[in-house]
Design a protein around this ligand. Structure first.
Ligand code: MSP
Length: 662
């Protein structure tokens, strides 16, 4: 890595661990991940921090309710958040937990700076507190939180105050001198009028809460969660030794609009009090709404990311979230619009163009990128559009205008589809002139595809990597330096890579049904800790290979007789989009044809199963696996350490379909 790379540090909010992520949280994290990937491709040395905010009264109570120590509760929850980000292809560089030791040291160190600089004094707080927002709120006892509308609690306790009032003028001066500090404009105005209205000193320690970072020498004081959590941004990149890493100040704190005040008022005041550099920018995005209300656990209108990822893939969710909502504004979520986007933009758009182009090159040019001959005006028009798209997309990405950036790329894809239709290379003949024309059209198409792939990579990291190798490119699209991307760089003669399924088309009703049913399964989990127990539907699905004996005790013949097993014959077998391990089978069991899911996809080719006779448990209650109804179970042995399923069958005898196994 060259030493002169400019550094770029960005952060997601540090998420609460008393709940599991929904797609509102996912939105913030995916945006950050896309920025991170984009900045890398622009030549920056990037660090992105995400993490979990694990202290406070809420966690104390949730852990108590779950009957586990707080440390165990938060460890499980933090692991769950982390695992989800992995599944979504989020490449966080730092995952900070506010229970990390290095973080506690940074918080205590920062407090010492305040004290040494005369910004802290002891006092008492009596007033209302919102445990959901962790905010001191100016309402009367019995009144609800003005921000989230939930009940407040009366708190009377000794604490240490931070002299926030001393920072009114320095903050206003800072905002005036750095007009881009708070984005977008509407949020900047909101913060400005809040600060202009006067700032009251802020309690930054608590004595009625136990689960927090201790204030050294001042027990039972623990730090107020917002002071604790905001400091995580600094702990992640060196804490007191931030100068050594070179990543402080942060370039960008990305947050939801409801927490702008904490980031744009308290946090810069804390940093000023300690004499530390201030972040360059705070960007507050809007909310994802469901049925016109902010998606949130307390309203019960949340949508979880996993069902979407399992059915449509992580890129589909990433694309939808960034494409559908204008960054900074609120956006509505609907499964219908999600599947619509998936089918129209991904399956019929990018996916279709890639597979069409590859198939034509395969057929006409021996799987190698053809050498273009003389360009005609229509080729040049497309080339110019592609070149202009590069500039426009980079400009939009720089402004976090994801939606417009993607619109530009998809307009290029649409123009290329149209170009293929008008140029119809498939109807050209075998004359020298026709062959040359075809080569030029196919090269031009592949070149657009290469450019579109690179430009889309920050948003669709997974599928663009597949398209990249499909068009025969080495390495990863994310390693392309965007500043050098330009028309005409595609080398003729490059051998195409292996074709892989990109975005299989999916029937809308079926997709929605599957996502909603998986969503319901997830929501059945009663408490966060219970929700962390292994999912009841095994990944291997309905094959008996996945089932382990519940107990070793013996059963009587009457118990065995309860299980009705019959010989079945597989009629159809197909893969399930988003469920790598499952096959959807239809099986003739003599009396009827059943749909059964079996966890054998990694070991059996669907086409080779047609006609095969298998043993089927026919009287199992139907259930849904990955949202697909399974009505019975196919029996298989579990072989070897990886538990390879081997289907039980009747190779030597001609058994009748429907015959009972006894
Ligand atoms: N722990 C604090 C943040 C501390 S940062 C030092 C917190 N955590 S949170 O788990 O509630 O996450 C809030 C963030 O999640 C929001 O700021 C926003 O980024 C994201 N979202 C949560 N619900 C959302 C929507 N419905 N829509 C969009 N984003 C939302 O606040």
């Amino acid at each position: 890595m060259p030493a002169n790379k400019p550094k770029f540090y960005l952060t997601t909010p540090i998420y609460y661990t008393n709940g599991l992520p929904h797609i509102g949280h996912t939105y913030s994290t995916i945006v950050c991940d896309a920025i991170r990937r984009y900045k890398r491709m622009r030549g920056y040395d990037v660090v992105m921090t995400t993490g979990t905010d694990e202290h406070g009264v809420n966690v104390e109570r949730s852990a108590k309710k779950a009957g586990v120590p707080e440390s165990e509760f938060v460890a499980k929850m933090a692991a769950e958040w982390r695992a989800l980000w992995d599944e979504l292809g989020v490449q966080g560089d730092e995952f900070i937990r506010t229970t990390d030791l290095k973080h506690a040291h940074t918080v205590q160190w920062l407090f010492k700076q305040f004290r040494d600089n005369g910004f802290v004094y002891p006092g008492h707080y009596t007033g209302q507190y919102c445990i959901y927002d962790n905010a001191y709120v100016d309402v009367k006892p019995g009144e609800n939180c003005p921000d989230c509308g939930r009940p407040t609690e009366t708190v009377t306790e000794a604490n240490f105050y931070f002299k926030l009032s001393a920072f009114q003028k320095p903050l206003l001066d800072w905002y005036a001198k750095h007009p881009d500090f708070i984005q977008p404009e509407a949020r900047r105005n909101e913060v400005l009028s809040f600060v202009e209205g006067g700032l009251r000193d802020l309690s930054i320690t608590r004595t009625s809460v136990r689960w927090g970072i201790p204030v050294p020498g001042e027990e039972p004081h623990v730090f107020y969660v917002w002071f604790d959590a905001l400091t995580a941004y600094l702990s992640a990149v060196g804490g007191p030794q931030y100068e050594k890493t070179g990543f402080w100040p942060a370039n960008l704190h990305l947050v939801g609009k409801e927490i702008i005040r904490f980031h744009a008022v308290y946090w810069p005041a804390f940093l000023m009090a300690a004499g530390l550099p201030l972040p360059k920018q705070i960007w507050a995005h809007g909310w994802l709404l469901m049925d016109s209300a902010k998606m949130s656990k307390s309203l019960g209108n949340v949508v979880r990311p996993r069902p979407i990822v399992h059915v449509l893939g992580m890129d589909a969710l990433r694309y939808y979230l960034l494409r559908e909502t204008v960054f900074g504004q609120d956006g509505n979520f609907s499964y219908d619009a999600l599947v619509q986007r998936y089918n129209s933009d991904l399956a019929n758009g990018l996916g279709n163009l890639a597979s069409r182009a590859a198939a034509m090159i395969e057929k006409n040019s021996d799987g190698k990128i053809p050498k273009p001959a003389a360009f005609q005006p229509q080729d040049t028009v497309l080339a110019t559009k592609a070149q202009e798209t590069i500039g426009e997309v980079l400009e939009q990405y720089d402004k976090l205008g994801f939606s417009l950036a993607l619109e530009e790329i998809w307009s290029l894809i649409a123009a290329t589809d149209k170009y293929l239709t008008t140029e119809h290379p498939w109807s050209l003949g075998e004359s020298e002139a026709d062959q040359q024309r075809r080569a030029t059209i196919l090269w031009t198409t592949a070149e657009v595809l290469r450019i579109a792939t690179v430009l889309t990579h920050p948003v669709l990291p997974d599928s663009t990597t597949k398209v990249w190798s499909l068009v025969g490119q080495r390495g990863l699209p994310g390693s392309v330096a965007l500043d050098t991307l330009g028309w005409g760089q595609l080398l003729p003669g490059t051998q195409l890579g292996k074709s892989q399924p990109l975005f299989p088309r999916i029937e809308k009703t079926e997709a929605i049904e599957r996502m909603e049913s998986m969503e319901k399964e997830e929501q059945k989990q009663p408490s966060p800790v219970t929700a962390l127990a292994p999912a009841s539907a095994p990944a291997a699905g309905g094959a008996a290979a996945a089932a382990a004996p519940a107990a070793a005790e013996k059963i009587g013949i009457e118990d065995f007789a309860k299980v009705e097993m019959r010989v079945g014959q597989i009629k159809t077998a197909e893969r399930i989009v988003g469920a790598d391990k499952l096959l959807k089978l239809t099986v003739d069991i003599g009396t009827e044809i059943r749909q059964i899911c079996a966890g054998i996809a990694q070991f059996y080719e669907p086409e080779k199963l047609i006609g095969r006779k298998v043993a089927v448990v026919v009287n199992l209650a139907p259930r849904k696996l990955r949202g697909v109804e399974s009505n019975g179970m196919v029996i298989a042995a579990t072989v070897g350490p990886e538990g390879r399923p081997v289907l039980a069958g009747f190779p030597d005898e001609d058994v009748e379909i429907g015959a009972r196994l006894k």
